[in-house]
Design a protein around this ligand. Structure first.
Ligand code: GLC
Length: 546
């Protein structure tokens, strides 16, 4: 199965490389960096949306599904990119945002103009009383999930920003439009697709959430979800032998994901789930800080590995993406042990069963942006929550600290290519400020260092491409009660691979039967194997026996 030797690299195009001096990344910029990606060894690139959008949510508010935003380039640029990538053994994955469109999309404009056909593309309800929305559901970007339109005396649903109106998947015409869009990109040679928040498309009941929560129980993993995905598969990408698909699943369950990404369920190839990235949310609240709960992290990763494996389903493996703060700042130590902890995190995730995703800059250990002024933030979620938290009575200092830890802009700052102004991303002021770390953390210096995080990623990637035990091996947790170490075995025939990871900046002991094993990779040069090992700060060891 082709997905098993894939390593996907995620590019946030707006921040990768500017080639035409406007402070925005673009397609030609990416083309100029393909040799770098080839050297890293990845074989797929997922691009965040580059199509026409007012950019209220950086491309996740789509105004036209079939044309590039000219700031990224043209269809010809894309064709060049695809062919240059192919020459380097790299395929392309596009982001399909089908839960909602921008209110600037022609469909929504025609809906507002009163065309019944297009009105039915969206979700409209009467309010409970004048000025009172249909129910108490909350937008994921703060505030009510409903917006009133006087002309119809109705409200439309927007689970995200008010400019992102939810599509009505109950309408077969909407489902056909979405399949047609996938087919359009297939005809352009794209065979990889990432489906944005795709487990939110089947809504059920529009009652108040009695838990006074946000309503997610009514629209997450809804009743027709699997049916819709099977239909989309059948009518579009499923017609290609060599497709690669991943669904972004919000607040989902293993029980649902074994269907979404089951070997024979004819839905998707794999899923992103996020539970392991909430272990530093206090009481499950994103804007309340706590140190990561490593026992919870171990438990969740283990449950998802075992739960998916048992039903022959497949996980996407990741710490980072454009919506998450940088993992080295979050689960590692981006100061004293930046290199050690970045490598440890990489090994811990890459040796699991599933397909690894690397987010741009992760391979050089880019830390959080640590902005100190609200005006440095662009992300709509961050600027919305800033106001909400201040209203709730938090001090500005507290709120800025929360954003330093949690804002999505931590991931979105320009890629750090070198130590010149704007980090080699652009020669003019970028759309989002460059993070201050670029002088110490950049590609140019990294490539000179034989012991770099980049070289470590290269090794992990090589191992996945070459070793059946990494591609296929069965996962088994080890040291489940150890409070500091996440360790597991992958087993394939008579081959065994053990990955041992110290998640803390202090020494810790671990007992494992390692007789006959040899070290394949470690972040300490003088790592040794023994039945009782003393692991140094953030030490990782990948051991192998045949
Ligand atoms: C997904 C995207 C995120 C976007 C949201 C709404 O979570 O990854 O960036 O804001 O969906 O489309």
């Amino acid at each position: 199965m082709s997905k098993k030797d894939k390593i996907v690299y995620q590019i946030y195009p707006k921040s990768y490389q500017d080639s035409n001096h406007d402070g925005w990344g673009d397609i030609q910029g990416v083309i100029s960096r393909l040799d770098y990606l080839k050297e890293l060894g990845i074989n797929y690139i997922w691009f965040n949306p580059m199509i026409v959008s007012p950019q209220r949510d950086n491309g996740y508010d789509v105004a036209d599904y079939r044309n590039f935003d000219p700031r990224y380039g043209t269809m010809e640029d894309f064709e060049e990119l695809a062919s240059e990538a192919k020459k380097r053994g790299i395929d392309i994955m596009f982001d399909m945002v089908f839960n909602h469109t921008s209110t600037e999309h022609e469909w929504f404009k025609r809906a507002l103009a009163g065309e019944e056909k297009y009105k039915n593309y969206y979700i409209w309800k009467k309010g409970k009383a004048p000025g009172v929305p249909p129910n108490n559901w909350q937008s994921k970007f703060a505030g009510s999930a409903w917006e009133y339109v006087e002309k119809f005396d109705e409200w439309y649903l927007h689970l995200f920003d008010v400019t992102q109106a939810d599509l009505n998947w109950e309408n077969p015409e909407v489902r056909k439009e979405c399949a047609d869009i996938v087919n359009f990109w297939r005809s352009k040679g794209v065979h990889g697709f990432r489906f944005d928040v795709i487990n939110l498309i089947s809504k059920s009941g529009y009652d108040d959430d009695p838990n006074e929560y946000d309503g997610r129980q009514f629209y997450t993993d809804g009743p027709r979800e699997h049916e819709f995905l099977k239909e989309l598969n059948r009518n579009s990408f499923g017609q290609d032998e060599d497709h690669l698909t991943v669904g972004e699943m919000s607040s989902t369950t293993i029980a649902n994901c074994v269907g979404y990404a089951g070997e024979d369920s004819n839905e998707l190839d794999m899923v992103f789930s996020f539970h392991h990235l909430k272990v530093d949310y206090k009481n499950q609240m994103k804007w309340e800080l706590q140190d990561p709960d490593i026992m919870a992290l171990k438990r969740l990763l283990t449950q998802w590995q075992l739960g998916m494996q048992e039903k022959n389903a497949w996980n996407a493996l990741f710490w980072n993406c454009h919506d998450q703060p940088r993992s080295v700042s979050r689960f590692g130590n981006d100061k004293e042990y930046r290199k050690e902890s970045a490598k440890m995190l990489a090994a811990a995730i890459h040796m699991l069963r599933g397909t690894p995703y690397i987010y741009q800059g992760e391979e050089i250990g880019m830390p959080n942006a640590y902005f100190t002024d609200i005006h440095e933030y662009v992300d709509v979620e961050s600027t919305n929550i800033y106001d909400v938290l201040l209203k709730e009575g938090k001090s500005e200092e507290e709120v800025l600290h929360i954003l330093q830890e949690r804002s999505r802009d931590n991931a979105r700052t320009p890629m750090q290519w070198d130590d010149t102004e704007n980090a080699g991303f652009s020669d003019v002021t970028p759309w989002l400020r460059t993070a201050g770390s670029y002088k110490e953390v950049n590609v140019k210096d990294t490539l000179k260092d034989p012991d770099s995080i980049f070289r470590f990623y290269q090794e992990l990637i090589r191992m996945r491409k070459e070793m059946p035990v990494v591609q296929e091996g069965l996962f088994r947790p080890l040291l489940e009660d150890h409070e500091k170490v996440f360790a597991y075995e992958r087993k394939y025939g008579d081959e065994s691979l053990i990955c041992i990871n110290n998640f803390f900046g202090e020494e810790t002991e671990a007992e494992l039967p390692l007789e006959g094993y040899e070290i394949l990779l470690s972040n300490y040069k003088d790592a040794v194997l023994a039945d009782r090992i003393v692991l140094r700060p953030y030490e990782t060891i990948i051991a192998y026996k045949k």
